[in-house]
Ligand binder design. Sequence first.
Ligand code: PEP
Ligand code: MN
Length: 369
Amino acid sequence: MKFENRSGISFNLEHKNWLGQEKFIIAGPCSAESEEQVWETVKEFKKTSISAIRAGIWKPRTRPNSFEGFGEIALPWLVDASKKVGIPCMVEVATPSHVENALKAGVDMIWIGARTTVNPFAVQQIADSLRGINVPVFVKNPVNPDLALWMGALERIDHAGITQLAAIHRGFSSGKRLIYRNEPRWEIPIELKRLAPNIPMINDPSHICGRRDILLNIAQKALDLEFDGLMIETHINPSVAMSDAEQQITPDSLFELINQIKIRLTPQSVSCNEDLEKVRKKIDDLDHQLIHLLADRVKLSQEIGSIKAQNHLTIMQFDRWRSLVMDRLKTGNELGLDRDFLLQILQNIHQLSIQVQMEIFEANKDHVE
Ligand code: PEP
Ligand code: MN
């Protein structure tokens, strides 16, 4: 069975949510730094239910003079620790030789990092190297907020025959001065989940926050948005970490964080179901009214377009647009609506109105000229 969205993106729907019902927690250091560091971190994971252990072996760093991982020699540090505690392990791969070396060493799962997802050539090479191998693959979002690029990478891996595929949301470079290292842009993973419902979605608060003090807030938001799990960088001694020191937490802090997360219920499991349904019914009605109103408004734009075309008027009249915006924002303000939200809606509606009027002008070309 294939899933198609409007841009023709297709996914195999065989995936199912292979991670299971429990939240899937991936923990482990940003980088494997020594046999001792990996073991001292990983041995703590026996105390609680960690689903998978992560560690960077080959680190894609922004600048060449940063620590780039120990490479192949670090693989047994991770694989041996993982076997000792009986928890599967995963590493980041960026090339077919990473895939080959990781799997040869006994790594159980792999992920594609944000800096690799942006490059379709690199992703395709990884996909080709995975053909005929059944290993779970996690695909992080690309560095830039481009949903199609993220979906494209997932599709390439999917088309290579991988049946256990998942996405990791690690936020996006924004160029803005934010409290986050990478802006969450929640609407992007939400849209991916809408288009590809069977691909589990993991949240990586560590790379979104870039600092440990706000991890809980992002982790809680992700689970409130029905994400399927978390990837949290965990280091036995974060202050001396060779990469991402500010965002890593100790295993004990990780357990504390997990305990602080409030687990929400699904509507099926609670008694407020009827109340919820009543309010939802009202929302459904309002949405339909909004759509009817929008359609009526488009008709009015067409009428206006005809009048302007016949009278040789410009489509855009800035004074009218300026006063319309001021007027609607004033009403919105009185009703307590967020200004930016309302402005964005007005801009979208206006853009459609201009487009509709342009079409009328085009149709009336012979009369107008
Ligand atoms: C990482 O997981 O350590 C990493 C490099 O992440 P990202 O690809 O999200 O930057
Ligand atoms: Mn990291």
